[in-house]
Design a protein around this ligand. Structure first.
Ligand code: BGC
Length: 628
């Protein structure tokens, strides 16, 4: 059953909320996840036994996660008994020529071999941001970003997507993903809006749970499964505009969420509760603060709420260098380590400070500032997850199963992504029956920077951290190519980036939107598209032909006169590598079913804008979406 069938097109937001809540109880999982929080606890005896053989250096090493790109020497894995490594955004093989499936797999296996050489041979748990497919690796299928999946409302589909992602990740020897992002973005000026599913906590809950089931499979020890990581705990999507500190573009990212605990819990916690119930193995505390104090140092949130009250038995991984400068540390790193570990952080993600981290933590134990019991608890939690994954099983190799590479980026995987694209599109306007397009048109003129640009179509977190413009995503189909594939052989499809030369065409398709960005680089003060988008639209409009505008954006943007200039308007979000899904809908092979997972503002002054607000008056309400 899909959630979207239950969205309402009406403006009664309260009704939407009630209907959504009712539906989520009915959404049934495709896989019966056998991994629960009890699974981790069941490995307690085995973990404690192993822990009994470990030195303090070995325990502390388990708690340390450097970015592989910052390792001074791969042998440091042995020297510091590192328990984990990560590839942050775009952190892959150093040599450009190796930045491919084989190169990535060789790199990860190489590190794993170092871990196997340590005294106890405890394998690495290796993390990556596979946030819309295994998006760092050329040739992987790139799925729509979560905002689009939120509009699909299809939990079964989300589960399938993450199953595929897990398989592609495992094909490279990686066994842990930093997803799903169960943020509830409440102000769409936030540059991470697209990483979350919706402004609606109930929708986040049902899709976040589905994603965990997809990643972790029916069983964490399944060789096709990866450990999931719900992030960023807690309230990352609720930061106040202007509360973010930074010399850059930051307005909201890593800022401060200012509300009482009841509000924090009701909006931002449900996604974590659902992830916990689905057996999530790891959770990432947020860079952001709650009422002026960084979440990474809040014992109440990390230990009292998550571990004690909610029974989380996996482990906490800090965000990238997020413990640095915690309140009370006076920017002294050792003090930050003390505060974060005592708050309940179990593993610390960092760049090149691993030697310092290990030294500081050992000293803190010696000085009695961090108890041995806390270190034992953290290491036990990490070992339990590794045991549940089967990583410590002597009969299994932690190296990549390269037979999985046969289906990496396969047609079958792409077919699921194409379905996801179709289901994520939201039709905002359709006058004079402009859509669906006639396959027999004599000429269709396609225009706009996004029409033939896979980089723009995929957005941030694609090959690189920030993503980039250009057609460097092998195996993908641009919207222009998809239109050519779908129109009849007699139809001439012409293209110009700026919209020149459209005169005389039967119809125009203008693909405009935001350039790729990630995290704080994407925070925006005005949410207005760059000038060239409007110039293209004006050039097309001058010709007098009917216009379909396709928006490639990570969030609802301020549209200005775009709706007035267009006959049909389609929000495509950041659909990923399978542009064919857009053409499927444009030509009517499938009908639009997507419904807005965010309220669409009329003007910037309305923000933050969310269903249920007093005087709620959006341009398009939460749950809005037309069909043919
Ligand atoms: C982001 C996380 C991500 C981590 C590792 C951070 O900058 O906030 O979402 O998982 O980097 O790449």
């Amino acid at each position: 059953m899909t959630v979207n069938a239950f969205f309402s097109n009406g403006r009664a937001s309260a009704l939407i909320a009630i209907v959504l809540t009712g539906l989520f109880l009915a959404a049934s999982p495709a896989t019966q996840a056998e991994t629960t929080q009890k699974t981790y606890a069941s490995f307690n005896a085995a973990a404690t036994k192993l822990l009994g053989r470990m030195t303090l250096d070995e325990k502390v090493g388990q708690m340390c996660q450097p970015d592989q790109s910052a390792l001074k020497d791969p042998a440091d894995i042995e020297k510091y008994f590192l328990g984990s490594l990560l590839s942050g955004g775009g952190s892959g093989p150093k040599n450009k020529a190796d930045y491919n499936l084989k190169g990535w797999t060789d790199m990860v296996d190489g590190y794993q071999r170092h871990a196997l050489k340590t005294r106890l041979g405890i394998p690495l748990i290796y993390g990556v941001d596979a946030v819309h497919g295994h998006n760092n690796i050329p040739g992987a299928v790139v799925f729509p970003h979560n905002i689009g999946l939120g509009c699909s409302g299809n939990a079964m589909l989300v589960e399938k997507i993450e199953q595929i992602t897990a398989e592609e990740v495992r094909a490279t020897g990686i066994n842990w993903v930093f997803g799903p992002c169960v943020a509830v973005p409440r102000d769409v000026r936030w540059g991470r809006t697209y990483e979350g599913y919706s402004e609606n906590p109930d929708l986040v809950k049902v899709l976040g749970a589905a994603a965990v089931r997809g990643f972790q499979g029916s069983h964490l020890a399944d060789p096709h499964s990866v450990v999931a990581c719900a992030k960023h705990y807690l309230g990352d999507g609720g930061t106040a505009y202007g509360s973010a500190k930074g010399t850059d573009n930051r307005k909201l990212d890593q800022g401060d969420t200012r509300c009482d605990e009841a509000t924090l819990r009701s909006i931002h916690l449900p996604g974590y509760i659902a992830a916990l119930e689905s057996g999530v193995g790891t959770i990432m505390p947020s860079y952001s603060s709650w009422n002026g104090q960084k979440c990474s140092g809040q014992k109440h949130l990390l230990t009292e709420v998550l571990k004690q009250e909610l029974g989380f038995d996996g482990f906490l991984i800090s965000d990238y260098n997020a413990i640095d400068g915690i309140e009370g540390s006076n920017n002294d790193y050792k003090k930050s380590v003390e505060l974060a570990i005592n708050a309940g952080m179990d593993m610390v993600m960092l760049t090149d400070k691993y030697a310092l981290f290990c030294k500081d933590l050992k000293e803190l134990v010696g000085e009695g500032k961090v108890s041995m019991a806390r270190v034992d608890d953290a290491a036990t939690r990490i070992l339990r997850v590794k045991l549940a994954m089967g990583l410590l099983d002597e009969n299994r190799s932690p190296l990549a199963d390269r037979s999985l590479q046969k289906t990496f980026g396969s047609a079958a995987h792409r077919a699921v992504a194409r379905q996801a694209v179709r289901e994520s599109l939201v039709l905002l306007k359709n006058e004079k029956r402009t859509l669906p397009l006639a396959k027999t048109a004599q000429r269709i003129h396609v225009a706009g920077a996004g029409a033939d640009d896979l980089g723009m179509q995929c957005g941030g977190w694609t090959i690189d951290w920030q993503g980039s413009m250009g057609n460097h995503i092998p195996g993908g189909t641009s919207i222009l190519t998809a239109i050519k594939n779908t129109a009849s052989a007699r139809t001439e499809v012409t293209y110009s980036n700026d919209g020149q030369g459209a005169e005389g065409a039967d119809v125009g398709v203008v693909v405009i939107g935001e350039k790729p960005y990630a995290e704080f680089f994407g925070d925006s003060a005005d949410l207005v598209l760059a000038k060239e988008n409007f110039a293209t639209l004006t050039n097309m409009k001058k010709t007098g032909i009917p216009l379909v505008v396709v928006l490639l954006t990570g969030r609802p943007v301020i549209l200005g006169d775009i709706p007035a200039q267009s006959d049909a308007l389609l929000a495509a979000w950041l659909p990923g590598s399978e542009g064919q899904g857009v053409a499927d809908l444009l030509f009517g092979d499938f009908k639009p079913t997507g419904k807005l997972s965010h309220s669409w503002p009329r003007s910037i002054s309305q923000l933050p804008l969310n269903a249920g607000d007093k005087n709620y008056d959006p341009l398009f309400p939460l749950g809005y979406g037309l069909s043919y």
